[in-house]
Write a protein that binds this ligand. Structure first.
Ligand code: FE2
Ligand code: FE2
Length: 157
């Protein structure tokens, strides 16, 4: 099914997220400097993910909770966001000592994005009225920022 236009900014942000996950996986394969990769992850966290997570939580969670199936999806969405926050907290406190978590972070990012695209967004499209979808779309468009996923050290190349 084609994505509802009102959710498209979230899907653009997901596209960036998948690029980031791939970069980290490539960096790990190339045994790039873990400190540099963690700096990149923290940059991406501040510039792309914090706002994206907030938008999803504000726009989608309450609506999902209206059905049993939606409740499970909302719970998983929030639990995974929480897991990201925990991993980021670890990176902030311990830096590259927890570099094993870089793999976890990249993996979680791609799994989480695929879960939202394949399960969460279709449920939102199904559960929301056209007016509600429009309202969500207006909020998301207003809040969308062009994410900066660049980094001076291109450790993935
Ligand atoms: Fe999410
Ligand atoms: Fe997302």
């Amino acid at each position: 099914m084609k994505r509802d236009k009102n959710l498209e900014t979230l899907s653009w942000e997901h596209h960036d997220g998948l690029v980031v996950a791939l970069r980290i996986k490539k960096g790990l394969e190339r045994q790039a400097d873990p400190d540099e990769m963690i700096k990149y992850v923290l940059h991406i966290w501040e510039n792309l993910l914090v706002g994206h997570f907030r938008r999803e939580e504000t726009a989608l969670v309450e609506l999902l909770r209206r059905t049993e199936k939606g409740k499970h999806l909302a719970d998983r969405l929030l639990q995974e966001h929480e897991l990201f926050r925990r991993i980021i907290g670890e990176f902030r406190r311990h830096g590259s000592e927890v570099s094993g978590s870089l793999q976890d972070f990249a993996e979680l990012l791609s799994v989480h994005i695929r879960f939202e695209e394949k399960e969460v967004f279709p449920a939102v499209e199904q559960q929301a009225s056209p007016e509600e979808l429009q309202k969500i779309g207006a909020y998301l468009k207003e809040q969308h920022v062009l994410g900066d996923k660049d980094w001076p050290v291109e450790f993935w190349k």
